[in-house]
Design a protein around this ligand. Structure first.
Ligand SMILES: [Fe+2]
Ligand SMILES: [Fe+2]
Length: 334
């Protein structure tokens, strides 16, 4: 945990979908999030063990991401972060309290890698629906019923520059990374919390090879059996399955990847994952000699950049407004 970081956690994702009804059916009825409010063209959802007002906002529009919401470590950190970003040439937009349900004053900015970020401090607590005093929502009402939003995995061309932005401006610490011998960093797992990752960055695989892409968002479940049950729920609903359940070596996550049928955004239904409690944690390096173990410890084989089902990524900005591909950089882990 980085207690001096400007931000303290990943709070929410606001995504756009060309088929709001379909995305709402997926996230509400199959994943099992609770609809917590509506505001104009936006629908707000929350998982059952989340304290914040919401972790997902859906808005109708071409497939994209309005923003990834990070909570500041304090009101003072939020002010200081705005100044620091501007001092480093990042354009910062101020967003008034109330423009998003439950959320106080916020700033929004786009990273040099083309990802849209929002940082806020004040966030209303979700209403108390559970009779369990330390839990806001009722568990296991529908679908796979994850506990909370866990992490996002974003894609860009130059992973090292993406890491540098998250580390230098926002305080994220590198926990694990993939760097082939004599090659560039091609993937990184970073956090400000004790989780092994709050954000992962991966090189955007061909054919897109672009900045400003999303690989997936991830909701964590209490137990692996929830993820296995999710497999049956998704299969029976005809949802596109990217990768059947298995366990990553890197992060030790138990994974199951599907696609939101409305937006095409990839969603990881997740359990487990490591935590880091020591301040002298040495980032774990994976390379071409062990990457297959790193990607999958148990389960289906896949390697990013090899043209498999996990390769295509979705844009954060709608098609036509994307950041152009950087020339001369080849993707691939090994
Ligand atoms: Fe937000
Ligand atoms: Fe993930």
């Amino acid at each position: 945990m980085n207690r001096t970081a400007p931000v303290c956690k990943l709070g929410h994702v606001q995504m756009t979908t060309p088929d709001l009804d379909s995305s709402l059916h997926f996230f509400r009825d199959l994943v099992g999030l609770d609809v917590i409010g509506e505001d104009g063209d936006k629908v707000y959802l929350r998982a059952w063990n989340e304290i914040d007002h919401h972790s997902l906002v859906l808005r109708e529009g071409a497939t994209g991401i309005d923003h990834f919401g990070l909570r500041a470590s304090s009101a003072e950190h939020l002010t200081a972060l705005a100044g620091d970003l501007r001092a480093h040439g990042v354009e910062v937009e101020e967003v008034a309290a109330g423009s998003e349900l439950g959320q106080g004053d916020a700033i929004r900015f786009t990273s040099p890698q083309g990802h849209p970020w929002e940082v806020y401090w004040e966030m209303e607590k979700g209403r108390q629906d559970s009779n369990l005093l330390n839990q806001r929502g009722k568990a296991y009402l529908r679908g796979s019923s994850p506990m909370h939003l866990d992490h996002i995995n974003i894609a860009c061309v130059d992973v090292a520059s993406g890491e540098a932005f998250l580390a230098d401006r926002l305080g994220f610490l590198r926990r694990e990374y993939v760097q082939p011998t004599d090659g560039p960093v091609v993937a990184s797992w970073m956090s400000v919390t004790s989780q092994i990752h709050d954000i992962a960055i991966a090189m955007d695989p061909p054919p897109s090879l672009k900045d400003g892409r999303l690989h997936h968002i991830s909701y964590i479940h209490q137990d692996r059996s929830d993820v296995l049950r999710a497999g049956e729920i998704m299969r029976d609903a005809g949802v596109t399955i990217d990768l059947a359940p298995g366990k990553h070596g890197i992060s030790q996550a138990f994974f199951f990847y599907v696609k939101d049928p409305g937006s095409g955004h990839r969603v990881e239904l997740f359990a487990g994952g490591m935590h880091v409690f020591d301040t002298d944690w040495e980032p774990v390096r994976w390379d071409e000699t062990n990457i297959e173990t790193g990607m999958v410890w148990v389960g289906p084989d896949f390697l990013p950049g090899s043209g498999g089902p996990m390769d295509p990524t979705t844009p954060c900005t709608p098609v036509g407004e994307e950041v152009p591909a950087a020339a001369g950089i080849e993707a691939g882990v090994a």
